[in-house]
Ligand binder design. Structure first.
Ligand code: URA
Length: 248
């Protein structure tokens, strides 16, 4: 009897957990449900194995040349940047934040209004969703590193243009070289296509591991897309389970 009550309680907690994440139905196969219940935590959810392991833009990182350079040095080098036209409308440069030697590095597209005001990445509505996702993975924002492809807000939140991306992307590449994450998560099309040098749509890229300079890259949907399409949240959840598996 006690067992039954405990079981129902655990099931209730698990369902509330998914509901909180925004799921409209359970992204689990029947066989997985017992795992979730017995673990009482979704981090034990065992996703399907990685379907492909494609290699894109392979070039080993020459860490030796920038061993002495820190994120602070790089920030100073960027300075009061006017290298592209995005500098005209910005309030703050959003350099990135988090653990300097994080295992997981999230890369978004570029700052929005809230990020521009605060000078911090992913602090608006999409940022709240990302922060919630990180917490549900059993991590905190300070355990990971969060950066963007472009560091200044594009006017009216339009997509960054080619010249802006090509001017700014070398800085996120140098952040990667300094942090040396074990896995990179590209949030959305701009981050994934820029890092992997491809035009393949994010819907095709997501859920598969690629490689950037020998670092595994998991493209997934951008949190802003997930706010508009909450039914796809479970796909990003599955992508993140693959990321956690990669770190085991
Ligand atoms: N969207 C992004 O791509 N980056 C941010 O920092 C915020 C919103």
């Amino acid at each position: 009897m006690n067992n039954k009550i405990e079981l129902i309680d655990k099931l209730k907690k698990s369902l509330e957990f998914y509901q909180e994440l925004g799921f409209e139905y359970l992204p689990l196969k029947r066989a997985d449900i017992s795992n979730v219940i017995s673990a009482g935590a979704v981090s034990d959810y065992n996703p399907a194995t990685i379907s492909s392991n494609q290699q894109v833009a392979e070039q080993p990182v020459d860490y030796s040349s920038n061993k002495e350079i820190t994120l602070e040095d790089l920030k100073n080098e960027i300075g009061d940047c006017h290298r592209c036209k995005l500098s005209k409308g910005r309030k703050n440069i959003v350099f990135g934040e988090g653990k300097a030697d994080a295992d997981i590095m999230f890369i978004g597209e570029g700052p929005g209004r809230d990020e521009d005001i605060q000078g911090r990445p992913f602090v608006g509505d999409a940022g709240k969703l990302l922060t919630n996702l990180i917490l549900k993975l059993g991590l905190r924002r300070q355990d990971v590193y969060i950066a963007n492809i472009v560091k200044c807000r594009p006017p009216s939140n339009r997509n960054p243009e080619e010249d802006e991306i090509s001017t700014c992307a070398p800085f996120v590449e140098r952040q990667i070289a300094i942090i040396k994450p074990k896995v990179i998560v590209c949030l959305g099309k701009i981050a994934a296509q820029t890092l992997l040098k491809t035009n393949v749509p994010i819907s095709k890229l997501r859920g598969n591991f690629f490689s950037y300079k020998n670092i595994p890259v998991m493209p997934t949907f951008h949190p802003a897309y997930l706010l508009r399409n909450p039914k796809d949240k479970w796909l990003t959840w599955e992508d993140m389970q693959k990321v956690l598996d990669k770190l085991k």
